[in-house]
Design a protein around this ligand. Structure first.
Ligand SMILES: Nc1nc2c(c(=O)[nH]1)N[C@H]1C(S)=C(S)[C@@H](COP(=O)(O)O)O[C@H]1N2
Ligand SMILES: [Mo]
Length: 171
């Protein structure tokens, strides 16, 4: 009787140990890209980070003011964005990038992911990385300063306008 109780205890411990291992393994597999943080955009080709962009970097480029109304699920919102053309930002890292890639995957801190085609980026007056709206710095997800956002001027819908931008993956 006593040894049966000991066996059951052993089995229980083994099951608990197994569950802990499973949890740890899944946590590891699901771990976010912990390098992603607000206030900087990692520019990547595959897994390689080839450059980092901050608001200060974008402010060194010629500034564009973009007035636009975005159609979103929350209705029409009026904006007066300040930012730099995405093409200028890419060129500041490597002037050859726009010729080597066909598509850019944009990712926010909340893992919201969208994309723009390089043909859209190359079109004048179209894709910008903005950092202010109505002259105010864009707020990060946690309410701080330093947020950046993709806008596509010739796209009336806001779905692809990735907020809280943290990475640009060139493909
Ligand atoms: N990071 C991030 N960007 C995002 C979203 C999001 O959930 N996360 N939603 C998109 C959608 S569906 C819309 S309609 C607009 C909403 O823009 P707003 O936040 O200025 O209202 O943001 C887009 N960009
Ligand atoms: Mo939306």
């Amino acid at each position: 009787m006593e040894s049966k109780a000991v066996d059951q205890k052993k089995i229980l411990y083994a099951v608990i140990a197994l569950l802990v291992i499973i949890i740890v393994v899944f946590a590891f597999l699901n771990r976010g890209d912990e390098n992603l943080q607000e206030g900087q955009i990692l520019v990547k080709t595959g897994d390689n980070v080839i450059g980092v962009l901050t608001v200060a970097d974008l402010q060194k480029l010629p500034a564009a003011q973009k007035k636009m109304v975005i159609q979103s699920t929350s209705g029409m919102t009026k904006h007066e964005f300040t930012g730099a053309p995405l093409l200028d930002a890419l060129n500041s890292i490597d002037p050859g990038l726009s010729q080597k890639c066909t598509r850019i995957i944009t990712r926010g801190i909340d893992n919201y992911t969208s994309g723009v085609n390089m043909s859209e980026v190359l079109r004048p007056n179209n894709v910008f990385i903005v950092y202010a709206d109505h002259g105010e710095p864009l707020k990060t997800k946690t309410g701080g300063e330093g947020a950046m956002r993709i806008i596509i001027y010739q796209d009336e819908f806001g779905q692809r306008f990735t907020n809280f931008l943290t990475s640009l993956e060139l493909q």
